[in-house]
Write a protein that binds this ligand. Structure first.
Ligand code: GLP
Length: 239
């Protein structure tokens, strides 16, 4: 793991965003794994702004997202699909035919097999972006007894529901989600994790300094050969 500590979320957005811009310019048909949540937003802003300024094009880029809620339509304002459209896709020239997403309303086993095959057909994910949950979850892989492999249907924990339900003002937050498994994430050639704010400090410490255990799913990143961790000072506080 390579750890980089920045003053704040905005500085991370610039550094991680520039890394993406450089990577896409060098590899215009790359395969990127994207994440939702507040943590990657400054990075998405930077990429979108770079596109606006003519410094990068996402025309040839293919994407896969980490996870999606079950039991809400894809077009719902709180779906992760909508989140990605609003925060990145609609702000760039990405070809939506190259955007793949887990369908939270599909049969979980069939959808998992479809997604794994689709990722394989593209040659795997070049860079997977991750955030971290306050309980150490990555994507929606909650703390558990074993590390998962391909995409699966997860029952969200109370900690995640408490953290994410602030975004749901018209319907209750879904209790289930489809998520890429830990195995799928670990097969990505490079991983970039962004963690900001004091509420992530304990999870960050467990991820970096603790044992590799499914009780802290993010701790598996210790075993990835190319994992770059961007932290702000608050998230790095307990290191
Ligand atoms: C959700 C997502 C995760 C994300 C986490 C942290 O649970 N499924 O992929 O990493 O939230 O989100 P935030 O960046 O908003 O703290």
């Amino acid at each position: 793991m390579e750890i980089k500590v920045y003053k704040n979320a905005e500085e991370i957005g610039k550094a991680a965003g520039q890394l993406y811009v450089d990577y896409i310019n060098a590899n215009p048909s790359c395969v990127l794994g994207f994440a939702t949540g507040a943590s990657p937003v400054p990075t998405y802003d930077y990429i979108a702004e770079s596109y606006k300024q003519g410094k990068v094009s996402l025309k040839g880029v293919s994407t896969f997202n980490l996870d999606e809620y079950c039991d809400i339509p894809r077009e719902h304002k709180n779906s992760y699909y909508t989140f990605m459209c609003e925060n990145l896709f609609s702000r760039t020239d990405i070809d939506m035919a190259n955007v793949d997403f887990l369908d939270g309303n599909a049969d979980p086993d069939e959808e998992s097999a479809r997604y794994a095959a689709a990722i394989k057909a593209k040659g795997g994910i070049d860079i997977q972006l991750l955030g971290i949950g306050r309980n150490g979850h990555i994507a929606f892989n909650e703390p558990g007894d074993e590390f998962t492999d391909e995409a699966w249907k997860v029952t969200l924990t109370q900690s995640t529901i408490d953290a994410n339900s602030i975004y749901f003002d018209d319907i209750p937050m879904p209790r289930y989600a489809l998520t890429m498994g830990i195995g799928s994430i670990m097969r990505s050639k490079k991983i970039i994790m962004i963690a900001t704010g004091e509420s992530k400090a304990q999870a960050v410490k467990d991820m970096i300094k603790g044992p590799v255990t499914p009780a802290c799913p993010a701790s598996i990143l210790q075993q990835h050969g190319d994992a770059l961790i961007f932290l702000d000072e608050a998230a790095a506080k307990l290191l």
